[in-house]
Design a protein. Structure first.
Length: 69
């Protein structure tokens, strides 16, 4: 998963990596890897991972609690 952000252009969108549709105070982009979700920003060419969670049905779980972006 880390290569998807470090070796490739982290702002280039594809099926599993894309800019969030709605503005969020937490992140600008989402990367999907199986049940895991990585939310990140790119500032001056540096990827800053803000949140990592897992999907459980329609719920995003971060640190054991349901989280809403």
């Amino acid at each position: 998963m880390h290569q998807r952000l470090s070796l490739e252009n982290p702002t280039e969108e594809d099926h599993n990596r894309f800019r969030l549709r709605r503005a969020s105070a937490y992140a600008d982009y989402e990367l999907r890897a199986e049940r895991w979700r990585v939310f990140y920003r790119v500032q001056q060419g540096v990827v800053i991972v803000e949140l990592i969670g897992r999907k459980d049905g329609n719920h995003l779980i971060i640190e054991g609690k349901e989280f809403i972006l």
